[in-house]
Design a protein around this ligand. Structure first.
Ligand code: C2E
Ligand code: MG
Ligand code: MG
Ligand code: MG
Length: 283
């Protein structure tokens, strides 16, 4: 952190830096042991049809239950897991666990899993996915892998080949957090994505900020023109839902419908959705 303030001030922060480095090292060791100590779990958040009357899929989201600090957000530990390479074994665990869970859901319901660019750097990604599919019995056509544009930024030729190999297995590839990167548009040209997930930051201001509204609209028409399905993440209000539906989004996801929930609660949502639970709520 001191570095960011310029080389000249670096020395003044040495004691603080030291404490920071030590805390980081501690956190790193804890993360290293977290898998063996079974401190990770997955929660599942539904992706709804735009009419909000059906669950189309669940996105698996990782949680770390730290023995002292309690739940730690993936926003906090995924970057560290990426820097240390630990995201590779953790990511394999995510897939094994989520695939096994999803294999027990009704066939019409898909599973979405997030992949880090670091998982692509590892040559065995396709094999890891294939093994986890075989072990769980999950149909690859029910699987969606969410990536961000950073996957295509780094080592793009090798990563593109990996994406094509995954897609050839019947897996869908979604571009997550669409619109937040530097050149989301140009990446649409380099790979035939199956889905665009518009980032929450645009959804949260739709109808309030004219620029956001324009972007929300433009992404919907981009999806239509390119034949790519569109999802809006982070939907929190009925007003947002109404606008997204009017703009023609295919899928919606957000706290309005459900927070990410543990596997048993996800199964309950599936059972309740059959009884029209969401239909009643979204009307
Ligand atoms: P993401 O894939 O874009 O996931 C969406 C995040 O937004 C999730 O945060 C979710 O809980 C949150 N969210 C969903 N709906 C709403 C809403 O209506 N309002 C608000 N305020 N937030 C909402 P979460 O679970 O903390 O995950 C953060 C990020 O961590 C994810 O962003 C994803 O990039 C990463 N991540 C999570 N699980 C995994 C994993 O298994 N592997 C990898 N590589 N990354 C993961
Ligand atoms: Mg995601
Ligand atoms: Mg997202
Ligand atoms: Mg996002």
């Amino acid at each position: 952190r001191a570095k960011a303030e310029g080389g000249g001030t670096f020395r003044c922060f040495e004691p603080e830096m030291d404490a920071w480095v030590q805390a980081r090292r501690r956190r790193e060791n804890e993360l290293r042991e977290a898998l063996a100590r079974e401190q990770f779990s997955l929660v599942y958040q539904p992706l709804m049809s735009a009419q909000a009357d059906r669950i189309l899929a669940f996105e698996a989201l990782l949680r770390w239950h730290h023995p002292e600090h309690g739940p730690v957000s993936p926003a906090e530990f995924v970057p560290l897991a990426e820097e240390t390479g630990l995201i590779v074994p953790i990511g394999a665990w995510v897939m094994q666990t989520a695939f096994a869970e999803a294999a027990a859901w009704p066939e019409a319901i898909r599973l979405a899993v997030n992949l880090s660019p670091v998982q692509f750097r590892n040559r065995s990604l396709v094999e890891t996915v294939r093994d986890a599919l075989a072990a769980s019995g999950l149909d690859p056509r029910r699987l969606e892998l969410e990536i961000t544009e950073s996957v295509l930024l780094a080592d793009s030729a090798a990563n593109l080949a990996t994406l094509h190999a995954l897609r050839a297995m019947g897996i869908r590839i979604a571009m997550d957090d669409f619109g937040t990167g530097y050149s989301s548009l140009s990446y649409l040209r380099s790979f035939p994505f199956d889905k665009i997930k518009l980032d929450r930051s645009f959804v949260s201001q739709v109808g309030e900020n004219t620029h956001c509204t324009a972007i929300v609209r433009a992404v919907a028409s981009l999806g239509t023109s390119l034949g790519i399905a569109t999802t809006a993440e982070g939907v929190e209000t009925a007003e947002q839902l109404a606008m997204l539906r009017a703009e023609g989004y295919d899928e919606v996801q957000g706290f309005l419908f459900s927070r990410p929930v543990p596997a048993p609660a996800a199964r309950q949502l599936i059972a309740r959705a059959v009884d029209g639970f969401f239909g009643g709520r979204a009307a």
